[in-house]
Design a protein around this ligand. Structure first.
Ligand code: F6R
Length: 244
């Protein structure tokens, strides 16, 4: 794992978007798995811009959604599905066959997990993952205590996730469970980027990069990724003690 520092959120997002655009250029049938949320928002905008301006062929790109709030319909503006629809699928006019997301409205969420695991296996694994980090160190909805070798699963949400998650919604939401791609898939991804910006992420970044590698702090798994990169802006990286 390597830490890459950027002066601000824009430069951090621009780097992430360039990395993805470059990867698609080199491998038009790239499988990209991404988190939604506030952190990757600008990366998505810049990625759309780059793909169009640089005339990169993304007609064979395959996209996987990292996670979803259980029971939330895609039309809900706080859903991960809505985020990707408005930020990527719509602007890029991706064909529905180009993306695979959890159906968080399904009666049988375990079946949804199995379907995603099988899909990942069938397509030969994930080429590139772009994830964020939660205020409890989660990645996707891999909450503290999730085994590093976990496949896709339904997660009971941590109190921090329930509270912080309110920021995506216009009214108070009852958030109890999430459905997520497991940490095993992150570790197996050919390349993994974790991005974080702002002073509020400084503590969790310090713990992810310099703390113990432990299942009680899921993002510490990045230390085990042989092609893993932690992208931070100046504020998010400001508590790091060592030079990385
Ligand atoms: C969302 C996801 C979450 C977020 C994390 C950080 O799809 O996977 O793990 O990446 O909670 O969220 P933001 O970027 O909003 O700070």
């Amino acid at each position: 794992m390597q830490v890459l520092s950027f002066s601000d959120y824009h430069n951090l997002s621009d780097f992430a978007a360039s990395q993805i655009a470059f990867a698609i250029k080199n491998n038009p049938s790239l499988t990209l798995c991404m988190a939604s949320g506030h952190t990757p928002s600008l990366t998505c905008d810049l990625l759309v811009k780059k793909l169009k301006e640089e005339n990169i062929d993304y007609s064979s790109l395959h996209f996987l959604g990292l996670d979803e709030w259980a029971g939330l319909p895609p039309a809900n503006e706080g859903s991960c599905h809505y985020f990707f629809q408005t930020k990527l699928f719509g602007p890029l006019q991706l064909d529905a066959s180009q993306y695979f997301l959890f159906d968080a409205m399904a009666d049988d969420l375990v079946n949804e997990c199995n379907k995603m695991d099988e899909h990942i296996k069938k397509i030969g694994g994930i080429d590139m993952m772009l994830v964020g980090i939660g205020m409890n160190g989660h990645i996707g909805f891999n909450e503290p205590g999730t085994p590093f070798n976990s496949f896709c699963h339904v997660a009971r949400l941590d109190e921090t996730t329930k509270t912080v998650g309110q920021k995506y919604f216009t009214e108070k939401m009852e958030l109890t469970k999430g459905i997520t791609i497991g940490l095993r898939h992150l570790l197996a991804a050919k390349k993994a980027l974790l991005q974080a910006n702002g002073i509020k992420k400084a503590t969790v970044i310090q713990q992810a990069v310099e703390g113990l590698v432990t299942e009680t702090f899921p993002a510490s798994i990045m230390q085990q990724h042989t092609n893993g990169f932690i992208l931070v802006d100046e504020e998010a990286g400001s508590f790091l003690n060592k030079t990385h």
